[in-house]
Design a protein. Structure first.
Length: 212
């Protein structure tokens, strides 16, 4: 499921599904002005698929959003392209346009934007995490793992990266690594709406790994 801190857009929480598993994705906020480029949004994790969707928690909209004034993602894309026309290296606009493209599943448009952002800022965790989500959606599981493991080198306790990486290990049929990764996530997110469900999944994986 995954993650946007640098640019805020009005869209539903973004969720990608890989088989019967879930991926943590950044959740978007709201604004359509250039001032939003300077407004951070903390990552929030949500759930779908084999994790009970009723266990996920929809976060309240940011204080500066308006439920009565939704912004069309297509308009956001047009706006962000105009920003990038003026400054092709604007990191927040690159992130925002990547996120908007990802939201409407234009993966081939979103991926180069994240890649360009990573050229400018190799330590951008969210760009790499969202690129990993695209790779997983496209079936390139090994590259998704490589991207997320690179994130962990930069930030070993990054919640969204740990959560996503557990999903990737399940896709790679590596339950022992999934258990290790999700236990690390649980240690830093004990009060998450997903904690009980992930713990239950970890217990199931451990039982499957136990001989006899």
């Amino acid at each position: 499921m995954k993650l946007l801190r640098d640019y805020r857009i009005v869209v539903p929480a973004l969720v990608l599904v890989a088989g019967a598993t879930i991926i943590a994705l950044n959740q978007f906020g709201a604004n359509n002005s250039k001032a939003a480029l300077a407004t951070p949004l903390e990552a929030k994790i949500i759930a779908l698929a084999d994790i009970d969707a009723s266990g996920s928690k929809q976060e309240s909209p940011p204080a500066n959003s308006s439920d009565n004034d939704p912004v069309d993602p297509v308009r956001q894309i047009q706006f962000l392209r105009s920003v990038l026309d003026e400054n092709p290296d604007d990191e927040r606009a690159l992130m925002g346009l990547g996120n908007a493209s990802l939201m409407i599943r234009r993966f081939d448009d979103a991926a180069p934007l994240y890649e360009r952002l990573l050229e400018l800022n190799p330590k951008h965790l969210d760009a790499r995490a969202n690129l990993a989500s695209i790779k997983l959606e496209q079936g390139d599981i090994d590259e998704a793992r490589n991207l997320l493991e690179e994130n962990l080198k930069l930030s070993p306790d990054d919640s969204a990266t740990l959560f996503n990486l557990g999903v990737v290990y399940i896709e790679l049929k590596d339950p022992s690594q999934a258990v290790k990764t999700w236990e690390q996530w649980l240690a830093t997110n004990p009060d998450s709406a997903l904690a009980l469900t992930i713990k239950r999944r970890v217990d199931e994986l451990k039982a499957d790994l136990t001989p006899g």
